[in-house]
Design a protein around this ligand. Structure first.
Ligand SMILES: [Zn+2]
Length: 127
Protein backbone atom coordinates (compact mmCIF):
# COMPACT_ATOMS: atom_id res chain seq x y z
CA UNK A 1 0.00 0.00 0.00
CA UNK A 2 2.86 2.40 0.84
CA UNK A 3 6.02 2.94 -1.15
CA UNK A 4 9.49 2.29 0.27
CA UNK A 5 10.19 5.89 1.20
CA UNK A 6 6.94 6.21 3.14
CA UNK A 7 7.72 2.99 5.03
CA UNK A 8 11.23 4.19 5.82
CA UNK A 9 9.95 7.48 7.25
CA UNK A 10 7.30 5.60 9.21
CA UNK A 11 9.69 3.03 10.69
CA UNK A 12 12.50 5.46 11.48
CA UNK A 13 11.06 8.96 11.51
CA UNK A 14 13.26 12.04 12.01
CA UNK A 15 12.75 14.83 14.53
CA UNK A 16 10.52 12.91 16.92
CA UNK A 17 9.91 14.49 20.32
CA UNK A 18 9.45 17.93 21.74
CA UNK A 19 11.68 20.97 21.30
CA UNK A 20 12.96 22.33 24.60
CA UNK A 21 12.13 26.03 25.01
CA UNK A 22 9.81 25.88 22.03
CA UNK A 23 8.21 29.20 21.10
CA UNK A 24 5.80 27.77 18.54
CA UNK A 25 3.44 24.89 19.20
CA UNK A 26 0.66 23.54 17.03
CA UNK A 27 -1.66 20.58 17.28
CA UNK A 28 -4.12 19.27 14.75
CA UNK A 29 -6.12 16.11 14.28
CA UNK A 30 -8.37 14.42 11.79
CA UNK A 31 -11.46 12.48 12.65
CA UNK A 32 -11.30 9.96 9.80
CA UNK A 33 -8.27 7.97 11.04
CA UNK A 34 -7.99 9.54 14.48
CA UNK A 35 -4.53 10.91 13.66
CA UNK A 36 -3.15 13.58 15.96
CA UNK A 37 -0.03 15.57 15.24
CA UNK A 38 1.69 17.91 17.66
CA UNK A 39 4.58 20.01 16.45
CA UNK A 40 6.94 22.24 18.42
CA UNK A 41 9.51 24.67 17.06
CA UNK A 42 12.15 27.06 18.21
CA UNK A 43 12.03 30.08 15.90
CA UNK A 44 14.85 32.60 16.04
CA UNK A 45 15.10 35.70 13.85
CA UNK A 46 12.36 34.33 11.63
CA UNK A 47 14.19 31.03 11.03
CA UNK A 48 12.96 27.64 12.21
CA UNK A 49 16.05 26.56 14.10
CA UNK A 50 14.56 23.45 15.65
CA UNK A 51 11.45 21.41 14.97
CA UNK A 52 10.13 18.18 16.42
CA UNK A 53 6.85 16.33 16.24
CA UNK A 54 4.77 13.77 18.03
CA UNK A 55 2.24 11.99 15.88
CA UNK A 56 -0.22 9.36 16.96
CA UNK A 57 -1.78 7.85 13.94
CA UNK A 58 -1.43 5.86 10.77
CA UNK A 59 1.78 5.31 8.77
CA UNK A 60 0.90 8.08 6.33
CA UNK A 61 0.46 10.60 9.15
CA UNK A 62 3.81 9.69 10.75
CA UNK A 63 5.68 9.64 7.42
CA UNK A 64 4.32 13.03 6.32
CA UNK A 65 5.08 14.55 9.74
CA UNK A 66 8.66 13.31 9.56
CA UNK A 67 9.34 14.51 6.04
CA UNK A 68 7.59 17.84 6.64
CA UNK A 69 9.80 18.63 9.65
CA UNK A 70 12.86 17.90 7.52
CA UNK A 71 11.53 20.21 4.79
CA UNK A 72 11.00 23.19 7.11
CA UNK A 73 14.06 22.93 9.35
CA UNK A 74 16.35 25.90 8.72
CA UNK A 75 13.72 27.63 6.59
CA UNK A 76 12.13 31.01 7.19
CA UNK A 77 8.59 31.30 8.49
CA UNK A 78 7.40 32.42 5.05
CA UNK A 79 9.05 29.47 3.31
CA UNK A 80 7.50 27.06 5.81
CA UNK A 81 4.06 28.62 5.37
CA UNK A 82 4.36 28.19 1.61
CA UNK A 83 4.83 24.41 1.82
CA UNK A 84 1.69 22.58 0.78
CA UNK A 85 0.57 19.07 1.59
CA UNK A 86 0.96 18.29 -2.11
CA UNK A 87 4.68 19.09 -1.91
CA UNK A 88 4.97 16.92 1.19
CA UNK A 89 3.31 14.03 -0.64
CA UNK A 90 5.58 14.54 -3.67
CA UNK A 91 8.63 14.50 -1.40
CA UNK A 92 7.45 11.10 -0.16
CA UNK A 93 7.02 9.82 -3.69
CA UNK A 94 3.24 9.68 -3.39
CA UNK A 95 0.60 8.30 -1.06
CA UNK A 96 -2.45 6.13 -1.69
CA UNK A 97 -5.43 8.35 -2.57
CA UNK A 98 -7.36 7.36 0.55
CA UNK A 99 -4.42 8.52 2.69
CA UNK A 100 -3.98 11.99 1.22
CA UNK A 101 -6.07 13.49 4.02
CA UNK A 102 -3.37 12.34 6.48
CA UNK A 103 -0.76 14.49 4.72
CA UNK A 104 -2.90 17.58 5.31
CA UNK A 105 -2.14 17.14 9.00
CA UNK A 106 1.52 18.15 8.63
CA UNK A 107 0.68 21.29 6.69
CA UNK A 108 -2.02 22.17 9.23
CA UNK A 109 0.25 21.61 12.23
CA UNK A 110 3.04 23.75 10.73
CA UNK A 111 0.58 26.58 10.08
CA UNK A 112 -0.93 26.26 13.57
CA UNK A 113 2.52 26.43 15.19
CA UNK A 114 3.59 29.49 13.21
CA UNK A 115 0.28 31.20 14.01
CA UNK A 116 0.92 30.43 17.68
CA UNK A 117 4.40 31.94 17.38
CA UNK A 118 3.15 35.10 15.68
CA UNK A 119 0.45 35.57 18.31
CA UNK A 120 2.97 35.22 21.13
CA UNK A 121 5.31 37.57 19.33
CA UNK A 122 2.65 40.24 19.01
CA UNK A 123 1.86 39.96 22.71
CA UNK A 124 5.52 40.49 23.48
CA UNK A 125 6.07 37.28 25.41
CA UNK A 126 8.19 35.57 22.81
CA UNK A 127 10.62 34.36 25.45
ZN1 LIG B 1 -4.30 8.72 8.73
Amino acid sequence: MYNEKVMKEFISPSNVGEVKNANAVGEVGNASCGDIMKISMRIENGIIEEVKFQTYGCAAAVATSSIATKMIKGKTIDEALAITNQEVVEELGGLPAQKIHCSVLAEGAIKAAIKNYLENYKMGNNA
